[in-house]
Design a protein around this ligand. Structure first.
Ligand code: PEP
Length: 245
């Protein structure tokens, strides 16, 4: 049975004082069979890892190379060294702000695996693509292009994040979420075989809040959430974690 996962993406938010939220989460009981992951900005990784307790810590991006002349970048091994066990890759904000494409995400995922990190690979369509009825084609292309061949249930998590739902308060219907998650599951099973395909966790992301989490988590093939805004406060994120039980 797949473990549930509540993952928080703090994005470019959080100074040292934000670690109080993590300290609170670290002392909050977690439902059985559930993992919690917080991805703070890189400046907080080491300090976060020290106070996180049962909460796992992740990065928000990594470079595809292990070392070298890449000013401002961080390698997967550096994230690992700072206490991370996972890294978010291919978030739509990285794809848009840094012109990242599927092949970049794939190379980064290989680097993450090389360093022993789990890659949380994000896929998702724009509003225009949804309205043109191209959602599944887009998602299929992103899955094929972004995920390297050596995927397992331990080294890969896939997050379905419709771009138009991120930070907007707009959420797809549960039927729309279910359709995409079933599609992703089928694609993973076809490519990696039923064993691996059924063991990879699938997260939904986009305006998840305590008030809508239970409805979303009831959708088959939704194993948890990747949460932006509502992961910044322990009280909000705890409400989402509770909805997983
Ligand atoms: C995200 O950025 O991954 C995200 C899902 O953001 P929000 O929850 O704020 O929509």
């Amino acid at each position: 049975m797949r473990r549930k996962l509540a993952a928080g993406n703090w994005k470019m938010n959080g100074l040292g004082a934000a670690l109080e939220e993590l300290r609170t989460l670290a002392t909050t009981p977690v439902p059985d069979n559930t993992d919690i992951l917080i991805c703070p900005p890189a400046t907080l990784l080491s300090r976060a890892a020290e106070v996180a307790g049962h909460v796992a810590i992740g990065g928000q991006d990594c470079h595809a190379n292990a070392t070298g002349a890449h000013t401002g970048d961080l390698s997967a091994e550096m994230l690992r060294d700072a206490g991370a066990t996972s890294v978010i890759l291919g978030h739509s904000e990285r794809r848009a702000d840094h012109d990242e494409h599927d092949e970049d995400v794939r190379a980064k995922a290989r680097a993450a695996w090389e360093a022993g990190l789990t890659a949380v690979i994000c896929v998702g369509e724009s509003l225009q693509e949804r309205e043109a009825d191209n959602t599944l084609d887009i998602i299929g292309g992103q899955l094929a292009g972004s995920i390297p061949d050596a995927a397992t249930g331990e080294n890969l998590v896939v997050a379905y994040e419709p771009i138009w739902a991120i930070g907007t308060g707009k959420v797809p219907t549960t039927a729309q979420i279910g359709d995409v998650h079933d599609f992703i599951r089928a694609r993973l099973e076809r490519r990696f075989g039923p064993g691996v395909g059924r063991s990879v966790r699938l997260l939904y992301g986009g305006s998840v809040k305590p008030s809508n989490a239970a409805e979303i988590f009831a959708v088959p093939n939704v194993d948890g959430a990747l949460v932006g805004g509502a992961s910044l406060k322990a009280s909000d994120f705890s409400g989402i974690i509770d909805a997983l039980s």
